[in-house]
Every structure is written in C-alpha cells, then in structure tokens.
Design a protein. Structure first.
Length: 421
C-alpha cells in the first residue's frame, strides 16, 4: 500500500503534468492565432477608400467577412479587393445564399449588390469540377465586363475560372474559350442563350443563377430570353435576383420560377442618402449655356451626362469639347471595341466628362464620379433613379415646365408611393 507521501508525490506529479499540458495547449493556441492573423499581414491590400460613407453602406449588424465561414482563399481576394466589412445587403444576403436558398433582394444602387451574390457563388464553386456551376446574367455589356472583373479579383486565390460573354464580340472566340475550364459565366441574355441553344455551354450542372438588375432583365426586351435560358438549367437550381425596383414583371417571375424565396428589402427610400439632387428649369436653347456655368462653378472629379438618344450624345459631346472641356461619349450604336476602350479609359481617369445614353444607367461603378447631369430628362421615372445612382454626391436635372407631372411621378416613386393618374 502506498504511503501518504507517495500519494502526495503522485498527485503533485499529475498537477505538474496538467500544468505542462495546459501551457503546451496555450502555446500552440497562441501560435495558431498568430498564424491565422499572419496571413492577412502578407496580403496586398490597396489604399483605404477615404470617401465619406452614408448609412446605406454602414448601417450593419457589425458582422465581419470572417464570420461567414468563407474559404481563406476567398477571404484573401475580398480583402485584397479593399473590402473591409460587409455592407447591409451583403450582410443580409451572403449567409442565406450560402445555404442554397432562392433570394429576392431589393437594395439601392451602389450598396454592394455585386459582392452580395459574387461571394456566395464563389464560395460554393468547386474548382475541381470541370463544369459550369454558376451563371450571372446582366443587361448590358459594360456591366458584364465590370462584374466579371470583380469576380476574377475575388477568386484569384481560389482557382475558379470566370468567363465573360456578351453580344457584339466574336462568337467563335467564346466557343473556343468554353473548351477550356470555366466555372462561372457572366453574360448578357442574348449571347448566353445563343451558346445554350448551340449546346456549347453544358448547363446540366449549373446549379446557381444570378439575375442582376432584375427589373431590366424582366422587361419586354429580355423576358422571353430569360424564360428560355431557365429552361436549359436543372430544376433544383438556386436563383438569386437583385434589383432596385420591383415592377409587376418581377413579381410574375418570382411566382413562376422561384422556390420559397427569402425576401430582402433594404429600400426605405430609393435614392442613396449621399446624393443631393437639384432641378433646373431651362429652355432647350439655354441648356448648353447652363451646362457651361455648372462646369465653371462645380468642383467636378468626374461627371456623367445623360442624353436620350445616340445623336444627341454625339452632338453634346462635340459642344462640350468646343467649350474647352475634355469629354468622351458612349452609346449603344458604337462598335463594341470602341465602347470597351471608352469605358476603360474613363474608369482610368483619362477624361473628366462622359456623355452617354441610358447604356450607362445600370450598375456601373466608377468611384471618381461625383456629379451626374440629366441633360435630357429621362422617359421613365425608374430610369431617373438608376441614372442618379451613378453619382456619389450631386445630381442635376434639366427639364421644362411641362415636366411637372413627370416630376410628381418621380417624387412619388422615391417616397415609396405610386403616382395616381
């Protein structure tokens, strides 16, 4: 039988062992934590964006991107993109999208909708599978280029291959690209439908469909195409639909194609809080003079000026150049190569002013733009809301006295009321 001293000695040894074990665990835990934080220190994070942010993008629940249990490689892409914390639409959308549930989300332009769907589809994408797993459809070529670039930047450490395909480009080149590995396709409706009908895109395993700018995609211009595209996809697909406005066409689409969608509505009002709007009542022949005055008085980083037709876009761009200001123009009748060059150069800051048609109203994000001018008042109230979403500070609209009724429509739409006729 052991003596009391022997028992005390044994207990003392056990205590020493436990203390050593705890110390070892704490040391390993500390090393693990240091390792977890060390990878962030090695990232090539861009200079912080010091622009003033409104509650549209800051009013969150305090979640971090790390809280969504994302792959480290995806987090690396997010942080190297310069995204520090999720915006409200990202915070609401990402965790639901990761579960595979359909989503219908309504949020303002410029609040991070692209990240809200790009992050979950890239997280769910398996680079080891040589098949198209996600399809992102947008209404314009420029938005497709911008969206695909964001997806590529986010996925650069993952290995997911992102392809963009739009009308106005060489179809043969797109077909050849699809012989290589492609996991995510960003496309305009007409081109992707053409590729699907030719059976070039193998869509049987494409389980994720994103519709960005859903109100435009479900307008009469694209509605039939969207129905045909969806018929090519498997029945158990996930659909993520994002839009700033929800006309009747969107509601019909929800009932027809979505399965118990999770609805997100972050739209107490339709315009960003950081946009100040001004309206100028001027005659047609005074518009250029008024524009010249604005150029001389406003502090403009970059401006976008909207006209209603391609002809007026070119005429106004010529007038602005004659006034001595640098100016590019872009509209849908230009060839795609020229449009791409103008879009790229304006984004790079090579020109201060861009005159354009409504081609540029959808989702285009150029950080330096702080003034939007409606040289021509838009034909539809929803178009006005998308136009002013291109601005970070000021929006100015020129219109005539007979536009009073239309102004009431816009004000009703902004306040959430439907104008009564």
């Amino acid at each position: 039988m052991d003596s009391v001293d022997d028992q005390n000695l044994s207990i003392g040894n056990i205590g020493n062992v436990n203390q050593s074990l705890l110390a070892s665990i704490e040391q390993n835990s500390g090393a693990q934590n240091a390792n977890d934080s060390g990878w962030k220190a090695k990232l090539n994070i861009p200079e912080r964006d010091h622009r003033v942010r409104t509650s549209d993008v800051t009013n969150t629940k305090g979640n971090e991107f790390d809280d969504f249990c994302l792959k480290r490689e995806l987090l690396m892409g997010i942080f190297e993109k310069g995204w520090e914390k999720p915006s409200p639409i990202q915070e609401a959308s990402i965790p639901i999208a990761l579960t595979g549930r359909d989503i219908v989300a309504r949020a303002k332009n410029g609040t991070g909708k692209t990240g809200a769907y790009a992050i979950p589809i890239l997280e769910r994408c398996d680079p080891g599978r040589d098949e198209v797993q996600a399809l992102v459809i947008v209404p314009t070529r420029e938005l497709a280029l911008q969206t695909s670039q964001i997806c590529r930047e986010l996925s650069k450490h993952i290995g997911c291959q992102v392809m963009v395909t739009t009308g106005g480009t060489n179809l043969k080149d797109d077909i050849m690209r699809l012989y290589d590995q492609v996991h995510v396709i960003v496309a305009t409706p007409g081109r992707i439908l053409d590729l699907l009908n030719k059976n070039v895109v193998k869509s049987s395993k494409c389980s994720m469909l994103v519709l960005d700018e859903g109100d435009k995609l479900l307008s009469q211009d694209f509605k039939d195409m969207l129905d045909s595209i969806i018929n090519h996809l498997p029945g158990d697909r996930q659909v993520l639909l994002y839009s700033a406005t929800f006309p009747v066409s969107v509601q019909h689409f929800m009932r027809k194609h979505l399965n118990n969608p999770y609805e997100i509505n972050l739209m107490e009002e339709l315009t960003l809080k950081g946009v100040t709007q001004y309206y100028a009542y001027v005659r047609e022949k005074q518009k250029v003079h008024c524009l010249n005055t604005l150029f001389s008085k406003l502090q403009i980083n970059q401006s976008i000026i909207f006209c209603n037709t391609a002809q007026r876009v070119e005429l106004l761009a010529k007038k602005i150049t004659e006034l001595g200001y640098s100016c590019f123009y872009i509209h849908s009748k230009m060839n795609q190569q020229h449009r791409n060059r103008v879009f790229h150069d304006f984004r790079q800051g090579l020109c201060r002013n861009l005159v354009c048609s409504d081609l540029f109203t959808r989702g285009i994000d150029i950080q330096a733009v702080n003034v939007v001018i409606n040289f021509d008042f838009p034909k539809y109230s929803e178009t006005y809301l998308h136009r002013i979403g291109r601005s970070g500070r000021y929006c100015l609209a020129f219109h005539k006295y007979w536009k009073f009724f239309f102004m009431f429509q816009i004000q009703s739409l902004q306040s959430g009321r439907r104008a009564r006729y």
